[in-house]
Design a protein. Structure first.
Ligand SMILES: [Zn+2]
Length: 377
């Protein structure tokens, strides 16, 4: 029988770990990067191309899908996997973060969050129970607990009260998920640590989550504008509060150098819109740093985007052509650069997994930073 959820650590190097998560829809090599498929699509990419670049799992957004086309409709159409033609694992967020960042007229109570859709102004309510139900209707493989994510610069009492609320919601999420019958028997539930930049609150949050018990644990409430130094400051201790034998997921991160620094501190999973969003804006990530393809210096450059990259874009098209597509606002420009950016992120994860397995992660990280950050002062 295929495992519901089995995390195995094959090797460690310092705090960095590499291994795999076995699930019914497939195995996820860790550390893993999950491309973001917000509205049942990884923007500008066919699902088969996302897979061909090495993604084992993608992320779907509860908030967007509940509003359009609606979770009940997705369920009626056979679930998110069938609907979007992706048969491997999908992680869905709980909707909590995006309700707070995207919707209008929010009202936060013990029960949940009432809000108006940013699309048509219609009124909705998200609670831990409803979030679990929506993620079940979508057919999610990794379900995230419903939480609240306050801004990191709020007063400590506010951060503490919000974290306590998220922990009560984590318990309600656990109960809601567990009552999901067949779905609960084949999928997994992750809890989310909160506490912003406060070590004591992070510790309390981790203890409360561990008492409830989850298949994996996310470090939430980071990458919300606090900066890399503050984020790494939290990551110096926060993963250590979470169970060592469960995957640790850093939500919404990040830039390539964020990923390397976070893996170094014991993180196993990531998601971020950066490679796809940047791809549509003409920003490309390479082993020698990020570049803006709109820059005039590429207008007659016949070389590839990244000499070390073997993706379809780099092996076929010149910088000059990609520059032209960006300048002309052509859809193909967004498609080709998105494909390269996702390929680069997956190559970076694969290289990190190899370095950890080979016991050479610190040398890898030093080489990476030397090349990637060389233009930075
Ligand atoms: Zn490439």
């Amino acid at each position: 029988m295929t495992e519901r959820f089995k995390f195995s650590i094959a090797a460690t190097d310092g705090k960095a770990r590499t291994g795999s998560i076995q699930m019914q829809r497939g195995t996820i090599a860790t550390p893993a990067f999950m491309p973001v498929g917000t509205a049942a699509t990884v923007k500008a990419m066919k699902p088969e191309s996302v897979r061909a670049l090495g993604a084992d799992i993608i992320l779907g957004n509860t908030y967007h899908l509940m509003l359009r086309p609606g979770a009940e409709r997705v369920a009626k159409l056979g679930g998110l996997h069938k609907f979007m033609n992706w048969d491997r694992p999908i992680l869905t967020d709980s909707g909590g973060y995006q309700v707070m960042s995207l919707s209008d007229l929010r009202k936060l109570t013990e029960e949940g969050v009432e809000f108006r859709s940013h699309i048509d102004g219609s009124k909705h309510m998200l609670t831990p129970e409803r979030s679990m139900e929506i993620q079940r209707l979508l057919g999610s493989d990794i379900v995230m607990a419903f939480d609240e994510c306050p801004r990191a610069d709020r007063p400590r009492e506010e951060i503490a009260a919000s974290m306590e609320l998220s922990m009560r919601w984590a318990k309600r999420s656990r109960d809601g998920f567990d009552s999901g019958g067949e779905h609960a028997a084949r999928s997994a539930l992750f809890g989310i640590q909160q506490g912003a930049l406060d070590e004591e609150l992070r510790k309390i949050s981790a203890e409360k989550l561990t008492d409830i018990g989850f298949d994996g644990y996310a470090v939430g409430g980071l990458a919300v504008g606090e900066g890399q130094e503050a984020m790494f400051g939290v990551l110096d201790y926060a993963p250590g509060h979470l169970p060592e034998d469960k995957p640790r997921y850093l939500m919404g991160v990040g830039k390539p150098d964020d990923l390397v620094g976070a893996v170094e501190r014991g993180i196993d999973m990531f998601d971020c819109v950066l490679p796809t969003r940047s791809g549509r804006n003409g920003q490309a990530f390479t082993w020698n740093g990020a570049i803006n393809l709109r820059n005039a210096r590429f207008a007659e450059d016949t070389g590839p985007l990244d000499e070390r990259c073997e993706c379809p874009t780099c092996s076929t098209y010149s910088l000059a052509y990609l520059h032209h597509l960006q300048k002309s606002g052509e859809i193909l420009g967004a498609m080709l650069v998105t494909e390269h950016n996702l390929a680069f992120y997956q190559s970076l994860m694969k290289a990190m997994r190899g370095a950890i397995a080979g016991g050479t992660f610190s040398a890898f990280a030093a080489d990476f930073r030397r090349d990637y950050l060389k233009d930075r002062k």
